[in-house]
Structures are given as structure tokens and as C-alpha cells.
Design a binder for this molecule. Structure first.
Ligand code: UDX
Length: 432
């Protein structure tokens, strides 16, 4: 099949490279010329495991992938995936303006197309956005009727940063939301090579249910982490190790062992934004989603709890404090909504001199927080520090040992359970 993917962000670039990998001809369209050039030179524009290899292979060898700034490339394809950002407004609600602009441009392009074309919304959008907002914009711009001259589908993504390529190529499920039969057939043609290879279950539904499945998935997982954090905080008060408790809980099939790592909470580009957006959308329907609101509240509290554990051991004003880990989770350079941000801000409010290190996310954090010291290694960060706070569980932190000797005082407050306590260290775990 011939596929166009509009947007070369985390999702767009990943699915474009993966569609090429399963045998489709793919053109990835983005307004940013430097991103387009990067992809065409065989490199991934983002830090994502296994993505560079796929981009290189399919732009340089199989030639099934190319990037362009030209929307007209859509005309040579059968199906278009819309992978544009859906940021949040100040009140947490979804901002569909970029989607609307992209849909309008796509519609204007599709006005030229004689044959049937299917447009598939991949971006995370509030239920009924595809039906009530995006489709009418395309219809107006194209002068065509959805379901008659072009099809519309919704196919949510469940790609974790750091393992996005793997998650695409070996999915737990494929959700195909369509409001007309031909769109559904086109979506099957896109995903059949993947489904035949992996035996992934396929969920066929309408677009609004597909949209909701995405929010339900992320809301549930965010709430699961907040619930284990709530339980972890109780464990800490009783002097109980929340990880021992979670291991036992995970043996219950109804609970499952994943997403039971308590600590500093969730960040990233999806959980915070999606949870806020579905809360705002629910309130807009006059429903107060108490569980999801509580999930956000617990998440907001964890950085302050980490800092108050530090306060129990040391007054950090005027002292150097090491922060290990800036990415919102290991395996990515993404610092969006990283829990390290409120931790660093809390240290600054306390008058500490903050020294920070992350294996890959330093430059991204420097853009957000330019006024702290960034070091090139964990050891340099720990040197002369009076305390250390751990915000991301990178593997390389687990093997730190003698590096702590360079601290003036070995006080370590671990938000991610990744440091091995050692002789002479005052060690506090956030929930253990
Ligand atoms: C998430 C969803 O998992 C993915 O399906 C969706 O499409 C995009 O959003 P991602 O943001 O990459 O993926 O991160 P994920 O691995 O799900 O972790 C989210 C956050 O929860 C991270 O900050 C992580 O540190 C935290 N987390 C996760 C915990 O604190 N404890 C856990 O046990 C699991």
C-alpha cells in the first residue's frame, strides 16, 4: 500500500519507518525542512531505540521511505495518517488547532484527487473530535463528502517512548475505528501484514470509541501508578517496603505485575496531557471524574514528598545538591513533564546549588531550566555534593558505588529505587 504520514514527531516518524518496514511505500510529510532533511539523510530526528536503523534502511536501501514538505505527495498515496500534535490549553483541555490546520491543508490537497482516499487520525483526540471537528474541516476544504468520496478512520497509538518501534512491530492490540466500511477495509490493508505476522488482536469499532480507548488506556495506567504511589506512601509511613508489597500484589492475575513501580510518579508527553484532557472533557459534559482527578493529585504530590524526605536529613540552602536523571523515564531524552522539573525547582526554592546529570536528556533540560549546573557524568555531579536526589532509573545509576565517596555527605534520596545503598550512606527510598 502507499501511505502518507503527516507529522514527523515521535509518533509520525516511528509509524512511517515501521510502515515501510512491514512493506508499504511511505512518504512522511512535515513542515520543518530540517526534520525532512534529517530523515532523507537516513537519520531519525528523535532519540528512539531502533528507529535510526529503520530510517536508514528504508530511506537508503529499500527506498520505501522518504520525507517531504510537499502536501501534494498525499495525492500519490491511498491512505493518509494524521500524526500532528494535540497540545493542551491552559485549563488542561485539548487544543485541536494544529489538527484543524493540518486537516484543512489535507482537505485542500484532496480536492485534487479523483479516486477514493482514506484519512486516518492517529493523534490522540477527545471522543467525537474525528467525527465532529476533523472530518467537517476536511469535507469543507476538499468539497467532498466523508463516507462517499473519502473515508475517515481513527487508529490510536500505544507506543511507549524508548520502545516505540518494538511496540509498533509487536503490538498488544490494533484498534481500527471507522465510521464507514471502505475506510475499515483500507485500515485492514494497512495493518494486515502486521497482524498476520504477530497475531495481534484487532478491535474493530467506530471512531469515537477508538478515541476513548486511547484515553481509557492511558488514564487507567496513570491511575494505576498513582494508586501504587498512594499505597507506597502508606507503606513508607509504616516502615514497609512497597516493592515487596507490589511484588506480591502483581502475582494476582487481576492486578498484573506491570506498572507497579512506585516512586516519583508519571511524566512524559502523554499521561499528563491525556489525563488532563479527558478530565476537562468529562467536566465539559458535567461529569466530575473523581478517580482521574485523584490520580493527578497524587502524582503532583510525589516530588514534594521526595524533597521533604531530604529536608528530614539536611538543610540544603547554600549547599550543592546532585540530581541524577532528568528524562521523564529511562530510554528517552524527553524531559516533558519530567518529575525532575518540580524536584529541581523545589531545590532552587530551598536555596540549593543544583548540579544535574542525565545520560541523554541534558540539552533538552537545559532549554527548560538554564540556571543549574549540568555535568557530564554521575561522578562529576556527585563530587562535593551534600546530598543526591534520584529522579530517573537509568541502568548506569544502579552500578554507582565508589562515586558516592566524592560527596561531602552521602545523603541519597532515591525516587526510583535504583541506587544500591552502601556502607556510610544515609539512604532514603521514596516509598520503601
Ligand atoms: C505512554 C503509554 O504507555 C503509551 O501506550 C502511550 O501511547 C504514550 O504514553 P510513555 O509516555 O512513553 O507511554 O511512558 P510509559 O512507559 O507508559 O511511562 C509513563 C510514566 O509512568 C513514566 O514517567 C514512568 O516513569 C511512570 N511509571 C511507569 C512509573 O512511575 N511506574 C511504573 O510502574 C510505570
Amino acid at each position: 500500500m502507499s501511505i502518507s504520514v503527516i507529522g514527523s514527531g515521535y509518533v509520525g516518524t516511528t509509524i512511517a519507518a515501521c510502515f515501510a518496514d512491514i512493506g508499504h511505500e511511505v512518504v512522511n510529510i512535515d513542515v520543518d525542512e530540517s526534520i525532512v532533511d534529517t530523515i532523507n539523510s537516513g537519520e531519525a530526528p528523535i532519540h528512539e531505540d531502533a528507529l535510526s536503523e529503520l530510517v536508514r534502511e528504508h530511506t537508503q536501501e529499500t527506498k520505501r521511505l522518504e520525507a517531504t514538505t510537499d502536501y501534494d505527495s498525499v495525492l500519490d498515496t491511498d491512505v493518509t495518517f494524521l500524526c500532528l500534535p494535540t497540545p493542551q490549553n491552559e485549563d488542561g483541555s485539548i487544543d485541536l488547532s494544529i489538527m484543524k490546520t493540518g486537516a484543512e491543508q489535507l482537505g485542500e490537497t484532496l480536492a485534487e484527487k479523483q479516486d477514493w482516499h482514506t484519512v486516518i487520525v492517529k493523534s490522540t483526540v477527545i471522543p467525537r473530535s474525528t467525527e465532529d471537528v476533523i472530518t467537517p474541516v476536511i469535507e469543507d476544504a476538499a468539497g467532498k463528502t466523508a463516507g462517499e468520496e473519502f473515508g475517515v478512520g481513527m487508529n490510536p497509538e500505544f507506543l511507549r517512548e524508548g520502545t516505540a518501534v518494538h511496540d509498533f512491530l509487536d503490538p498488544d492490540k490494533v484498534v481500527l475505528g471507522a465510521d464507514d466500511e471502505r475506510a475499515l477495509t483500507d485500515m485492514h490493508d494497512v495493518f494486515d501484514p502486521l497482524v498476520e505476522r504477530t497475531d495481534a488482536p484487532v478491535v474493530e469499532t467506530d471512531t469515537k470509541t477508538a478515541e476513548m480507548i486511547k484515553y481509557a488506556n492511558n488514564g487507567f495506567l496513570a491511575a494505576k501508578v498513582s494508586l501504587i504511589n498512594d499505597i507506597g506512601n502508606i507503606c513508607k509511613e509504616f516502615g514497609i517496603d512497597a516493592y515487596e508489597v507490589a511484588d506480591a500484589m502483581g502475582l494476582d492475575d487481576r492486578i498484573g505485575e506491570q506498572f507497579l513501580r512506585s516512586g516519583l510518579g508519571w511524566g512524559g508527553s502523554c499521561f499528563p496531557k491525556d489525563t488532563n484532557a479527558i478530565i476537562a472533557a468529562a467536566r465539559n459534559q458535567n461529569y466530575d471524574p473523581a478517580m482521574l482527578e485523584a490520580a493527578v493529585e497524587v502524582n503532583d504530590r510525589q516530588p514534594e514528598r521526595l524533597l521533604s524526605l531530604l529536608d528530614d536529613h539536611i538543610e540544603v540552602s547554600g549547599k550543592r545538591v546532585a540530581v541524577l536523571g532528568l528524562a521523564f523515564k529511562p530510554g528517552t531524552d524527553d524531559v516533558r513533564n519530567s518529575r525532575a522539573i518540580p524536584v529541581i525547582e523545589g531545590l532552587q526554592e530551598r536555596g540549593a546549588t543544583v548540579a544535574a546529570y542525565d545520560p541523554v536528556a541534558t540539552e533538552n533540560m537545559r532549554e527548560q531550566l538554564p540556571d543549574i549546573e549540568y555535568e557530564d557524568s554521575a561522578e562529576a555531579t556527585l563530587t562535593d555534593a551534600s546530598a543526591c536526589l534520584v529522579c530517573t532509573d537509568w541502568d548506569e545509576f544502579e552500578v554507582l558505588d565508589e562515586e558516592f565517596d566524592a560527596m561531602t555527605q552521602q545523603i541519597v534520596v532515591d525516587g526510583r529505587r535504583c541506587i544500591a545503598p552502601r556502607e556510610g550512606m544515609t539512604y532514603e527510598g521514596l516509598t520503601w
